[in-house]
Design a protein around this ligand. Sequence first.
Ligand SMILES: Cc1cc2nc3c(=O)[nH]c(=O)nc-3n(C[C@H](O)[C@H](O)[C@H](O)COP(=O)(O)OP(=O)(O)OC[C@H]3O[C@@H](n4cnc5c(N)ncnc54)[C@H](O)[C@@H]3O)c2cc1C
Length: 384
Amino acid sequence: MTNRTVVVLGGGTGGMVAARRLRRSLDATDRVVLVDRSATYRFAPSFLWVMTGARRPEQISTDRRRLRRSGIEVLEAEVLEIDPAHRKVKTSEAELFYDSLVIALGAELAPDALPGFADAAHNIYTLEGAAAAGAALNRFEGGRLAVVVSRLPYKCPAAPYEAAFLAEALLRRRGARDRTTIDIYTPEPYPMPTAGRVLGDALAAMLAERGITLHPERSVERIDPTTRELVLADGEHVSYDLLLGVPPHRAPEVLRASGLAADSGFLPVERDNLATTAEGVFAIGDATAIPIAGGKFLPKAGVFAEAEAEVVATNIAAELAGRSPTARFDGKGACFVELGDGRAAFAGGDFYAAQAPKIRLRRPGRHWHLAKIAFEKYWMRRWP
Ligand SMILES: Cc1cc2nc3c(=O)[nH]c(=O)nc-3n(C[C@H](O)[C@H](O)[C@H](O)COP(=O)(O)OP(=O)(O)OC[C@H]3O[C@@H](n4cnc5c(N)ncnc54)[C@H](O)[C@@H]3O)c2cc1C
């Protein structure tokens, strides 16, 4: 039998899980090639713990090239072109021909898409930005703290709300809370809208209990760093002293040029097996756009990228071994919502349910926070 090559594009959450699973399941003579532009992997769910000082950056970062020890070929290169017609990928280092391809290139952060964001806001969606936000919160002597969700969609719909809770707790600990107002501006109608109104209202009530003011359906059109003002879509100007922000997201350009993308630039896939329209090509994680009930899309979150990676890797291994691919992604997922003070809530359920996603918010407590720590340890030990 000839040797086969499976190429995985993107070595983040989905790509790393897919590559490891494939390496375990394929024949030793088959190649698994993982391509990422950067050698460093960072565990995003802990970025906000870097903000609070609970983690140092090196505790949640690893070198992807370690995967070479398991027999995965790690290529540090920019993916430049995906050519499904010729089963070929062009990268800055080499051209790769594949038998199967897994696209896990994620969603790109695009701070430039909101004028003023890059100069004015601490970008809590990068490790450096989260660390800088923490330093700024530790210097903050009081004033107007604003948390801004720039555009939809964005990954991890809980994160901006967690940022507000954690910042509130930090400022309270430092004795600066009484002199601070905290406001969240978001285009969403309520927090985590894909999970439904009941859950959104429950989170909004928790924010209110902590004195955090939520401004739903308030889009920020631009930010003026010189006057320290948010300019909202209706023209209102709102002052801030310290700004934490979720930048706009966009699909990686290479996806749009592949001919596989929808208008949004993200990739439509079969929701059960993550197949794209091209033979032998699968897409997982934030790079995909998967419609669910109610005209919504599956949220962009690592929990889905991981589960989808398992399904795709299992099916590719089955197909290459001449068996039928039977693994199915069921649309189930959950996430922790950090609340500060060593407490968290937990939301999860079935995002593929027929009428609307069936998601439950579990009662907050210390145990969910401890469970998130356990999850972080499991993840960092198992995958990177
Ligand atoms: C602050 C924060 C908190 C989060 N918390 C959670 C959480 O608690 N739970 C949860 O489920 N999710 C969470 N997420 C979301 C989660 O991190 C993402 O949804 C998940 O990483 C998506 O996985 P992915 O494999 O699709 O993409 P990614 O993990 O983003 O990986 C994409 C990879 O592709 C590479 N890449 C992209 N384009 C190219 C190119 N052209 N050439 C070469 N390489 C390229 C990138 O370098 C990257 O390594 C959080 C995210 C953030 C920012």
